[in-house]
Design a protein around this ligand. Structure first.
Ligand SMILES: [Zn+2]
Length: 166
C-alpha cells in the first residue's frame, strides 16, 4: 500500500501513514527531479544537504552520485486552489518515494520554510509519521526555519536514522 502524506504551511488536519521501520532500505538516491528551475532545484539540494550535514552522514545521495539504494523522485507541482496551503506531499512505500513540492514554498515570504518542509517530507520517505507536538519537524504543519530549535532537528535526525537502520 502506498501512503500519501501531505504537509501544510497553515494548520490544517491531514491524515498520515503508519510508522513503518524500513531498516536496510537506505541510503536514499535522488533519481529524478522534474518541473524545477535551476535556481529552485539548487535550493532543494541545499535542503537535502541540510539533512546529510545534520545527521553527520550521507543519508541521501544526489543525482549524478552513486551509492544510494532507495529512489526518491522530486516533482514541482502548481499550488492549486484545492490544496492552497499544501507545501509538500510524500507518496511512499518501502521501495520508492515521490516528493511533490508546491510552488507555494518558493513564493515570497515562504522561502524560509523550504528546509523544514523538505526535511519533513524526507522524514516521511524514511517512514516517519506525524508528531503531535508543535515545533517538531514531523508536526503536521511547517513554519520558518528560525522557529525550530537545534534540539528539534537533532531529535528528528536521530529518529530518521533509527527508522532506516543507519
Ligand atoms: Zn507530513
Amino acid at each position: 500500500m502506498r501512503l500519501w502524506v501531505s504537509l501544510v504551511v497553515v494548520v490544517l488536519v491531514v491524515g498520515c501513514g503508519k510508522n513503518r521501520p524500513m531498516p536496510g532500505t537506505w541510503p536514499a538516491q535522488i533519481t529524478s527531479h522534474t518541473g524545477f528551475t535551476d535556481e529552485q532545484w539548487n535550493k532543494i539540494q541545499g535542503a537535502v544537504d541540510y539533512m546529510n550535514t545534520g545527521a553527520g552522514k550521507k543519508l541521501i545521495y544526489d543525482e549524478g552520485e552513486q551509492g544510494g539504494i532507495y529512489p526518491i523522485y522530486f516533482k514541482l507541482v502548481e499550488n492549486g486552489t484545492d490544496h492552497a496551503t499544501r507545501a509538500g506531499l510524500a507518496i511512499f512505500d518501502s521501495e520508492t518515494c515521490t516528493i511533490e513540492v508546491s510552488t507555494l514554498v518558493f513564493m515570497a515570504g515562504n522561502q524560509d520554510t523550504l528546509i523544514p518542509v523538505i526535511n519533513h517530507e524526507l522524514g516521511h520517505c524514511a517512514g516517519l509519521e506525524h508528531d503531535p507536538q508543535v515545533g517538531q519537524i514531523m508536526y503536521q504543519s511547517a513554519t520558518n526555519l528560525k522557529a525550530y530549535t537545534r534540539d528539534a532537528f537533532s531529535k528528528f535526525f536521530t529518529r530518521v536514522e533509527q527508522n532506516i537502520g543507519m
